[in-house]
Design a protein around this ligand. Sequence first.
Ligand SMILES: [Zn+2]
Length: 152
Amino acid sequence: MRLRLSARVRDEIHAHGVRGYPHEVCGALLGREVSGDGAGELRDVTAVFALENRREQEAQHNRFSVTPQDVMRAERAARESGLDLLGWYHTHPDHPARPSEFDREHAWPWYSYVILSMAAREPGDMTSWRLADDRSAYSAESIEVEGNEAEK
Ligand SMILES: [Zn+2]
């Protein structure tokens, strides 16, 4: 399982994290699944959809969750761009880019969950995770930025 981000997508996630710091921010990952390249499943993320105006939730650190309304808005944004909704990103202000227990419990199978660690407004490590269909495991997937070496 691999996730490929365009440099622009990476920059947009960084910028959103900076804008929201010290609060947690989140958004959707839009793009396409690429198959048949012989190197396992690859997801190509070419756009993001920032979920803004979530003050109540942003007031709580490490309490990222996606509401049914978020899914509807993100699906609509994807459709309008001719892309698919592939997953979600959120930031961990002043915490490592590791899923919290809450993240794992509230994850849905199939989607990619990108976590960006932010320290003092500076974007840090970025990781991505996927929940097994039977919820037995929440596994890291590699992230590549537009032809660069995998970051994690
Ligand atoms: Zn989290």
